[in-house]
Design a protein around this ligand. Structure first.
Ligand code: ADP
Length: 479
């Protein structure tokens, strides 16, 4: 019997079967069927969140702590099962799926602690006898719209701080990965959330997402996804004068200098460009390499790529899982054709693979001889495709690294303290890595970018208070 999951609206599981969730490693494997909300259900969810807000925002911090801690503990205890389902519906490897699940547990644990740490300031007024208190309060109903590439970590890093600081939620996950979303909501619901505090509305972005954008009762929206949808979120949010936060694309450079440790540089490139099938907004899609190390780097990288095992996400030997679906696979292949037409040389991979089961398998692709002006160097592909751009020296490498409409992460491989320090100070990215992959970040420190990659306050860590709370300045004259 096929699994059937419903939406959670005002504490009730509701809805009829709508969409099927297909395993990208084996398109004959249906993970389950999922309710697909219409605009009416989205409105009900928003109304429920609005009604639940006054009590939840004034609840004792320990009550919120208890729910978040319990959720963290259950996610950690079930990490293998949840991580396996994640890998099954998204296509990242089992190890990546379990690792991401652990991260979700850590995020809930971190924000459980934060419920007890929210503090303010007491400042003397310029007027005698007057005191000024600066405090933070919950914002209200938060709309959470998430993408498919981190099916549990991204929802966790938005839901955990939203709840910790007393907000109520309408959560719309990506259509491709409803099982992870449903699981996290089920766990939080059973952990003791009052009805209406967290509502799950699975469904189409153009229907449910749009209903959230159009509602005057959604007080803040946090969005991770494409640039196009991010712009719609921004425009609609300005219209309603609501807070919004956007995390969008990246075209992240990994600079490799002549003095780099070759093994470290190749590790960083393999991990950053190809792990998670390159489907990370922090992926290293531009490898900017100085001429003294260029040929050795490309040769060593190709040697490692030959050994990468592409296959079924659930097979423990697999290092690179399938692409998430047919649409994304076509986009990857279209960009590979565009790169060739632009004159870059496809030095490795980029071919469809037949697995033991029907799935969206693509070998990791490496372009050499790319320039930074090519479309493959300017547009986010969101697949296992990276370009090597040859440059003369560090100065040119930095200029190329910064010449992009995006600014999420950047990396440099070098043994020079001077160049590492200069790069950290002058890279136009929100996150900079030295001798580390551009992807893979800690859960307790700020995450976010610049330019076309992000808008609004940072996510994660204590910086999350910027978005999920609003500041109040209260004056008291006590005589
Ligand atoms: P991707 O290309 O990664 O799927 P999208 O921006 O299309 O990126 O999707 C990210 C999230 O935004 C998904 O949950 C999707 O359903 C949602 N979404 C898509 N279109 C809209 C829209 N018009 N309004 C609100 N949300 C949307």
């Amino acid at each position: 019997m096929t699994l059937f999951r419903k939406n959670l609206i005002d504490g009730e599981w509701l809805g009829e079967a709508g969409s099927r969730n297909i395993n990208p490693s084996n398109t004959g494997d249906v993970v389950g069927e999922y309710a697909s909300a219409g605009p009416e259900q989205a409105k009900q969810a928003i109304a429920a969140a609005k009604a639940a807000f006054p009590a939840w925002s004034r609840s004792a911090p320990l009550a919120r702590h208890a729910v978040l801690k319990k959720a963290s503990d259950e996610i950690m205890a079930r990490k293998d099962e949840i991580g396996r389902n994640l890998a099954r519906e998204e296509g990242k490897t089992l190890a990546e799926g379990i690792g991401e699940t652990i991260r979700a547990a850590q995020l809930f644990d971190f924000f459980a602690g934060e419920t007890l740490r929210l503090s303010g300031e007491l400042v003397p007024s310029v007027r005698p006898g007057v005191g000024v208190e600066i405090t933070r309060e919950a914002v209200g109903v938060v709309g959470i719209i998430t993408p498919w590439n981190f099916p549990i970590a991204i929802p966790a890093w938005k839901i955990a701080p939203a709840l910790a600081y007393g907000n109520t939620i309408v959560f719309k996950p990506a259509e491709l990965v409803p099982e992870s979303a449903w699981t996290i909501v089920d766990i939080l619901h059973r952990a003791g959330l009052p009805k209406g505090v967290l509502n799950l509305v699975m469904g189409k972005g153009s229907v449910v997402g749009q209903a959230m954008l159009d509602s005057p009762d959604v007080n803040a929206i946090t969005f991770t996804g494409s640039v196009g949808t991010g712009k719609r979120v921004a425009a609609a949010s300005v219209e309603h004068m609501r807070k919004f936060q956007l995390e969008m694309g990246g075209k992240n450079p990994l600079v490799v200098l002549d003095d780099a440790d070759l093994a470290v540089a190749v590790d960083c490139a393999i991990n950053g460009a190809y792990f998670s099938t390159g489907q990370r907004c922090t992926a290293s899609s531009r490898l900017v390499v100085t001429e003294g190390i260029h040929d050795r780097f490309v040769a060593a990288l190709k040697e490692r790529m030959e050994k990468l095992v592409v296959g079924d996400a659930l097979d423990a030997r697999t290092q690179i899982g399938p692409v998430v679906d047919a649409t994304q696979l076509k986009q990857d292949e279209d960009y590979i054709a565009i790169g060739r037409n632009e004159g870059a040389e496809l030095a490795f991979g980029g071919e469809r693979l037949d697995g033991a089961t029907p799935g969206f398998y693509l070998t990791p692709a490496l372009f050499t001889g790319a320039t930074n002006a090519m479309r493959i160097s300017r547009e986010e592909i969101f697949g296992p495709v990276a370009n090597v751009i040859r440059v003369k020296d560090y100065d040119e490498a930095l200029a190329v690294a910064n010449d992009t409409p995006f600014g999420l992460t950047s990396g440099i491989c070098t043994s020079s303290l001077k160049h590492a320090t200069h790069f950290k100070r002058n890279s136009e990215a929100g996150m900079v890595m030295v001798n580390l992959p551009t992807a893979g970040v800690d859960f307790h420190v700020p995450f976010g970018g610049r330019k076309g990659s992000s808008y609004g306050p940072r996510e994660q860590g204590r910086y999350a208070t910027e978005f999920y709370t609003t500041v109040k300045t209260a004056y008291t004259f006590a005589g």
